[in-house]
Design a protein around this ligand. Structure first.
Ligand SMILES: Cc1cc2nc3c(=O)[nH]c(=O)nc-3n(C[C@H](O)[C@H](O)[C@H](O)COP(=O)(O)OP(=O)(O)OC[C@H]3O[C@@H](n4cnc5c(N)ncnc54)[C@H](O)[C@@H]3O)c2cc1C
Ligand SMILES: NC(=O)c1ccc[n+]([C@@H]2O[C@H](COP(=O)([O-])OP(=O)(O)OC[C@H]3O[C@@H](n4cnc5c(N)ncnc54)[C@H](O)[C@@H]3O)[C@@H](O)[C@H]2O)c1
Length: 442
């Protein structure tokens, strides 16, 4: 059997490795238009902000590894069209030479693309996006210019907040804009984001929330950013207002979600029996929403690639859904969340309650210690946990995995009240904040 995989980043790589490692004799062809594969975008802000030495270690595999495993791989080759009836993929390399590959099964792993603000001045120099490795390089180069003193970041989601920190670490004046009244509004409730916002301000980032960019102004290069509330002199702009699915190749043939992502079943199969879709170009099932949705994360890309790989290889494997678990660490302030915030539940018309608690991570007699804030969100009628948020300068990140499982398994808030949680002063308190939050639930 021959499988063609379009897109060889996290999702395509996971699908290819699953097939090559578990199904000997299977024929795998990978096609990607980029020069590189496996770039961990999560490292861009660390590298641009000089928290790590360089970008070299942000790649975890390469073309040669796939060749050694027996795959055919075409880099710098763009798929231009797919004949879904004849099962042929047409592609073109950078020299303009056209080729084609037939398939028995096709895996679409074409990922996502940044949403481009469609406002006047969008073709000026000094405007950036942050998706590809090459875009990270351009941002890094621009930040190295002496005449770049003020950087505007539009979108205070994950990319925006991370790159704002990086720009500040590079000594720039940083202005951070978002349409919402706080940073990270898609992931946390205001009771949590207010702490991140204070943290950003305390570290010298100028916040402009509830403000919409309307125009970029400049001669050749951007010089001003105009919003609905003011005009700002800027030397560089980084746009980070979210991703949308890159489904150009199959959107006329396959069923799609409201944002254009390929609709997939729990085997990652699309509406065409021979075609699978994985990662950021596909939908995903949310256990919190109990519905199909879209969540662009590397973690989901890898898992969905594994699922498609096995199903294509001949082992039936069902996706178990996701919670969209995520985390961020900015100037030493750590936040993690899973499932739905109260605001997200409200938007999805799920009637929820929540329980909050705040305490020191460890007993008071331990010197290296800091407060932890927790919120657990649960559905009023069923009492199932639908989400959790934690924040602290302590590393509280691993707690969120348990809440992810709780959401996945529809555990009720009442089940959490007497859960056996160990105590050791080096790590936590006998009256654990998770227990205390659960006990306080209405
Ligand atoms: C700056 C940044 C930081 C991030 N941080 C995190 C994080 O900390 N944690 C996390 O979980 N996620 C993070 N993400 C999100 C994560 O990177 C994406 O969810 C992930 O890359 C999705 O993987 P993918 O393989 O589905 O798609 P993509 O990474 O978008 O890859 C798609 C591939 O398809 C190729 N392709 C597309 N069209 C064609 C075509 N026509 N022909 C040939 N090839 C094609 C592209 O060249 C690309 O290589 C971050 C993203 C960015 C940009
Ligand atoms: N730490 C992590 O896990 C991590 C890090 C980076 C990226 N990612 C993922 O990559 C994807 C893309 O990240 P992202 O930061 O671009 O998206 P995002 O969805 O996290 O944030 C986009 C932000 O832009 C704002 N926005 C939207 N339209 C706007 C407009 N017109 N003007 C001003 N603000 C506007 C939104 O309110 C939101 O806060 C996301 O799925 C994200 O979860 C994850």
């Amino acid at each position: 059997m021959k499988t063609v995989i379009i897109g060889s980043n996290h999702a395509g790589i996971a699908a290819a490795n699953t097939l090559l490692d578990n199904y000997p004799g299977t024929e795998v062809v990978l096609i990607d238009r980029n020069t590189n594969l496996s770039y961990l975008g999560c490292g861009t802000a660390l590298w641009v902000g000089r928290q790590i030495d360089g970008y070299e270690d942000l790649f975890y595999t390469n073309e040669a590894t796939f060749r050694e495993k027996g795959a055919k791989i075409f880099m710098e080759s763009s798929v231009t069209s797919i004949d879904f009836n004849e099962k042929i993929v047409h592609f073109e390399n950078k020299a303009g030479e056209k080729s084609e590959e037939s398939y028995d099964k096709l895996i679409l792993a074409t990922g996502s693309k940044p949403i481009i603000p469609n406002i006047p001045g969008k073709d000026l120099e000094g405007l950036h996006f942050l998706k590809l490795f090459q875009e990270g390089q351009e941002v890094d180069r621009d930040m190295s210019r002496d005449d770049v003193q003020t950087v505007a970041v539009i979108g205070a989601g994950y990319i925006g907040v991370e790159i704002a920190e990086a720009a500040k670490r590079r000594g720039k004046n940083v202005l951070l804009f978002d349409a919402m009244p706080t940073s990270l509004a898609s992931y946390y409730d205001p009771e949590f984001t207010q702490h991140m916002d204070k943290n950003l301000e305390a570290n010298g980032i100028e916040l402009h929330f509830g403000e919409l960019a309307t125009e970029y102004k400049g001669d050749k290069r951007v010089e001003q950013l105009v919003t609905d509330k003011g005009t700002y002199d800027v030397d560089m702009v980084i746009n980070a207002i979210g991703f949308t699915a890159n489904s150009d190749l199959g959107k006329d043939h396959l069923e799609t979600f409201r944002n254009g992502a390929y609709l997939v079943d729990n085997h990652q199969k699309t509406s065409d029996d021979s075609v699978y879709a994985v990662g950021d170009c596909a939908t995903i099932y949310s256990n919190a929403l109990e519905a199909t949705t879209y969540i662009a994360l590397a973690t989901n890309a890898v898992r969905s690639g594994i699922i498609a790989g096995h199903n294509v290889g001949g082992t039936e494997l069902d996706a178990i859904g996701v919670q969209g678990s995520n985390g961020i660490s900015i100037f030493g302030y750590n936040m993690v969340s899973t499932g739905l915030s109260v605001a997200a539940a409200k938007k999805a018309e799920i009637d929820v309650d929540y329980t909050d608690y705040e305490d020191l991570q460890k007993p008071g007699f331990i010197k290296e210690n800091a407060p932890v804030k927790i919120r657990i969100v649960y559905e009023k009628s069923s009492r199932r946990i639908v989400g959790a948020q934690l924040a602290s300068t302590e590393d509280i990140s691993a707690n969120i995995h348990m809440f992810s499982l709780a959401v996945q398994e529809h555990v009720t808030i009442d089940k959490l009240k007497l859960l056996d949680i160990f105590f050791l002063p080096h790590f936590n308190q006998p009256y654990n904040y998770i227990t205390m939050a659960a006990l306080r639930a209405k």
